[in-house]
Design a protein around this ligand. Structure first.
Ligand code: SF4
Ligand code: SF4
Length: 369
């Protein structure tokens, strides 16, 4: 894989596909083998976290025998996501404890990146950036040579993020979700890139949704001469010139090979990207009167998770992601299945979209159960 500029602020370079270490194989030997396979294939940036189970320990084992020197290693923490000690509070002192503890877990004496994990609203931004807060602690660790670079990961609103980027001079990278079904953060990625931050994308294949079969999306892929839904997803994200790298959440060897192969294909042209955007805009127009997940129909007296079931119907009917829809249906009905419906009709009188909820529940049982 060729390397590209990883944002002007860091002065580093990165390959288009990076290693996301959130869901490594359960078995440590398998995980070590897979991590090394990914590094041998060219991935040179690794994202992990204090909250990803045994991930840091597995990486510690994998990065022996010369592998540590081949990668940029990034970890992160936040007390609102994971408190390791009851007094973890987002202060400079508490983040310093986490950095030192995580370096032990990873068995390294230096972290290329240490990031604020999940800035999800203004309150968490303020905890991280206030005087004596997390950012101050990370910058001190950088001064002392324990950490090389910093940044933040986020699920905050676009408006908030565009504002933060005006003042976040300390941040060298940002990590956020982006794929062709969810382009919410496109303006954030654009502004971050223009300001010199390295831009890292999580969920390029929609958390695995876009790795399955979909007759609907394949119709689009075929028009663009792209071989699979997953290839289209990877190439779409990487053809955005403001994206520096995507996290490939590896669970098996094929994940590594398939993502790198897709990244090696030519970038989609501006016209092809426009075709993709128009295709999904048309689909959302078509589906706009379907369930919005607003939950006004809840609670159902029979205990049915109506928005969950209708969300699965949406995936199947409008996106053709049948396998994913079946998994979503299973999750939504693990406690109560739609056949518990007593036909009271209460949901339909409250539904903001005036849906025939009972008919949709029956459709879900017939097609997704
Ligand atoms: S009609 Fe069925 S799904 Fe709707 S509120 Fe009544 S029991 Fe629940
Ligand atoms: S009220 Fe209607 S649109 Fe809202 S979650 Fe329930 S079924 Fe969906």
């Amino acid at each position: 894989m060729h390397k590209k500029n990883f944002g002007n602020r860091s002065g580093l370079e990165v390959t288009p596909v990076s290693l996301g270490a959130m869901r490594l194989p359960e078995d440590c030997v398998d995980a070590v083998e897979l991590i090394r396979q990914a590094i041998d294939a060219g991935m040179c940036y690794i994202d992990t976290s204090r909250g990803y189970g045994e991930s840091e320990f597995k990486l510690g084992r994998a990065l022996k025998d010369g592998y540590r020197e081949k990668v940029m290693l990034s970890s992160k923490c936040s007390p609102w996501n994971k408190k390791v000690r009851p007094d973890d509070d987002g202060s400079a002192d508490s983040v310093r404890r986490r950095i030192e503890e995580q370096m032990v877990r990873l068995d390294v004496d230096y972290l290329d990146f240490y990031q604020v994990w999940s800035v999800n609203n203004r309150e968490t931004w303020e905890i991280a950036t206030k005087k004596g807060g997390m950012v101050e602690g990370i910058l001190k660790a950088m001064d002392e040579g324990l950490v090389g670079h910093t940044g933040f990961t986020t699920h905050d609103t676009v408006d908030n993020l565009l504002g933060y980027l005006d003042t976040a001079d300390w941040a060298e990278v940002i990590l956020c979700t982006y794929n062709f079904l969810n382009r919410t953060y496109e303006p954030v990625i654009e502004k971050a890139h223009a300001k010199g931050l390295g831009t890292i994308v999580m969920n390029p294949v929609g958390g695995g949704r876009l790795t399955g079969e979909s007759a609907v999306i394949m119709e689009l892929a075929a028009q663009l001469d792209v071989a699979s839904v997953a290839d289209l997803a990877v190439r779409y994200v990487l053809s955005n010139p403001n994206v520096d790298t995507i996290l490939c959440g590896i669970q098996k060897g094929a994940d590594v090979d398939a993502t790198i192969a897709a990244a090696g294909q030519p970038a989609l042209s501006a016209d092809q990207r426009k075709t993709v955007n128009e295709f999904f805009a048309a689909h959302s127009r078509e589906s706009v009167s379907f369930c919005t997940g607003c939950k006004y129909c809840m609670p159902c007296p029979a205990g049915i998770n109506i928005p969950g079931v209708l969300g699965a119907v949406y995936e199947a009917r409008f996106l053709g992601l049948t396998e994913n829809a079946k998994r979503a249906y299973k999750r939504a009905t693990k406690d109560v299945t739609p056949d518990a419906c007593t036909d009271c009709g209460a949901c339909e009188t409250k539904c903001t979209q005036h849906l025939s909820v009972r008919h949709e529940l029956k459709y879900a049982m017939d097609t997704l159960a």
